[in-house]
Design a protein around this ligand. Structure first.
Ligand code: NDP
Length: 485
């Protein structure tokens, strides 16, 4: 008989926590419990990757009738019905949440629909007042979106709120230039919302390959997004309040702008009501909604971690070693709460490595090298390995790059362009980075990622016969470098 109630208590029922709990119970035969205060599935399933991707699909249908016409179809575009889509979306999320619950039950994981905090190195206290003990505790509480420190910032929404909007706004200001900002700019633009995006830096998607992110930015603008770089939000206030105070409102107050403002302020069905915004470049505008996509912080507040000696980093993230162990030996942490690489498949890997190490006696560090990822902008970007800028700081490289109009959209006379790029080490010939901007780049990069992870050389790519006619064949047919660096 163990001195503890459980071998493992998991706090958080997102991708990482659920996988670790299931594996520890199902594969290692451990006695496991899991507490989740909100919905099972966590950020990815409930308010992140899954509903976001379904919204990407929804928004991409907007361009289909026009393209189909070029291919001879008599097709016209109707209106987008947000409530109808939202209803189906919610039904799907309910279904997925139930699957998560069933998977846990099927693995004999005991679940608590409650908030858990740590009350000892081996003890948790539930919001119901009960306490439970466990030999190991795994913190997998994820993160949450943050607003900038700005008066009236609570007038804006964050990504969690998008899926619950009662109606689509007519106009939106998106603040930020990261994954979430750029993905929602494309989605909402596709759904017919007038999108303005402010990014404080020189180019969106900081950290990614310059040429690739430049192409994404160019095509976002081409598709109608008013992307303003070098611009941030300086002030915001309810537009109605400013009108009442006798201020002219939108963009300097011409008659037309005042009329627009008046119309906006009559709109009752938007999520937050019209918001007046002043930017750091001095422009003013009124938007139905402001979305802050200005980063996410780890969920560590009030968990009782520091009191027990668990070390937190500057942003509140749990500091862990390569086995996800914290400064308190019985407490481990995985996923976004550790702020390593904040992606669902990485949290899952971290959870699996934790179970291997702690419950299967197989010391397994998580491999955070060469993680392929996709940004579901429109156009999509898939990337693995080093950007040209990072690679050339490291060693001499050759750059292979091609940009072209893809057959399908070129036929429909659309201006869309595709980019395929390889960064190759001059010394080892290894492909250090692969960057693709194209429809379904996420699907392509998963496969290119296998080759790059295996250490494929440029000559290995060259030896591979092209699949014709495809966009991705260009990745094996680029003969001469466009430059060396
Ligand atoms: P990011 O950290 O990627 O981006 C935050 C953005 O907000 C940056 O452009 C940042 O600017 C800007 N910003 C931060 N603070 C301020 C401020 N005070 N005022 C104005 N701008 C500000 O965060 P996201 O929220 O977009 O995404 C969080 C994480 O979620 C990502 O890192 C990623 O790991 C994950 N994710 C992954 C997706 C995918 O795989 N497709 C999709 C969505 C999220 P600056 O660059 O100057 O710092």
């Amino acid at each position: 008989m163990s001195e503890f109630d459980y071998d493992l208590f998991v706090i958080g029922g997102g991708s990482g926590g659920v996988r670790a709990a299931r594996m520890a119970a199902g594969e290692a035969g451990a006695k496991v419990a899991l507490a989740e205060a909100d919905r099972y599935g966590g950020t990815c399933v409930i308010r992140g990757c899954v509903p976001k991707k379904l919204m990407v699909f929804a928004s991409e249908y907007a361009g289909i009738p026009e393209e189909a016409q070029a291919y001879g179809w008599e097709m016209t575009r109707g209106a987008f019905n947000w409530p109808a889509f939202q209803h189906r979306l919610n039904t799907e999320l309910d279904r997925l949440e139930q699957i998560y619950r069933n998977l846990l039950a099927g693995s004999n994981v005991e679940t608590f629909d409650a908030r858990a905090t740590l009350s000892g190195p081996h003890q948790v206290t539930l919001s119901t007042g009960e306490t439970r003990t466990a030999k190991h505790i795994l913190v997998a509480t994820g993160g949450h979106p943050v607003r900038p420190d700005l008066p009236h910032a609570n007038l804006g929404i964050v990504s969690d709120d998008i899926f619950n909007m009662q109606a689509l706004p007519k106009s939106i200001l998106i603040v930020g230039g990261g994954y979430i900002a750029c993905e929602f700019a494309g989605i909402l633009n596709g759904l017919g919302v007038e999108v303005t995006q402010y990014y404080r830096g020189a180019q969106i998607l900081r950290g990614f390959d310059d040429e690739a992110r430049g192409m994404v930015a160019e095509q976002m603008r081409e598709r109608g997004i008013d992307l303003k770089t070098g611009t941030n939000i300086l002030e915001m206030a309810p537009a109605e309040g400013r009108r009442a105070a006798g201020e002219t409102g939108a963009m300097g107050g011409t008659a037309q702008e005042r009329a627009e403002l008046a119309e906006l302020t009559r709109e009752e069905d938007t999520a937050t009501g019209p918001i007046w915004v002043k930017s750091t470049t001095g422009t003013e505008g009124v938007f139905d909604t402001v979305l802050f996509a200005t980063g996410r912080d780890p969920n560590t507040k009030g968990l009782g971690l520091e009191e027990l000696g668990v070390k937190l980093g500057r942003r509140g993230q749990i500091e862990v070693d390569e086995y996800s162990q914290t400064a308190v030996p019985s407490i481990y942490a995985i996923g976004d709460v550790t702020d390593r690489v904040n992606l669902t498949p990485v949290a899952i890997r971290e959870g699996m490595a934790f179970v291997e190490t702690v419950f299967k006696g197989n010391l397994t560090a998580v491999d955070h090298e060469l993680i392929p990822s996709a940004i579901f902008t429109q156009p999509e970007m898939g990337t693995v390995g080093l950007s040209e800028e990072d690679a050339r700081d490291q060693e001499p490289v050759e750059i292979y790059c091609t940009s072209f109009r893809a057959m399908q959209t070129a036929f429909a006379e659309k201006p869309d362009r595709v980019l395929m790029k390889l960064i190759v080490s001059q010394n080892t010939r290894k492909v250090l980075g692969c960057h693709i901007v194209a429809p379904n780049a996420g699907e392509m990069i998963q496969l290119a990622g296998v080759a790059v992870k295996m250490g494929a050389t440029k000559e290995d790519f060259d030896r591979t016969v092209a699949v014709h006619p495809t966009m991705s064949e260009e990745i094996v047919t680029m003969r001469s470098p466009v430059r060396t660096a």
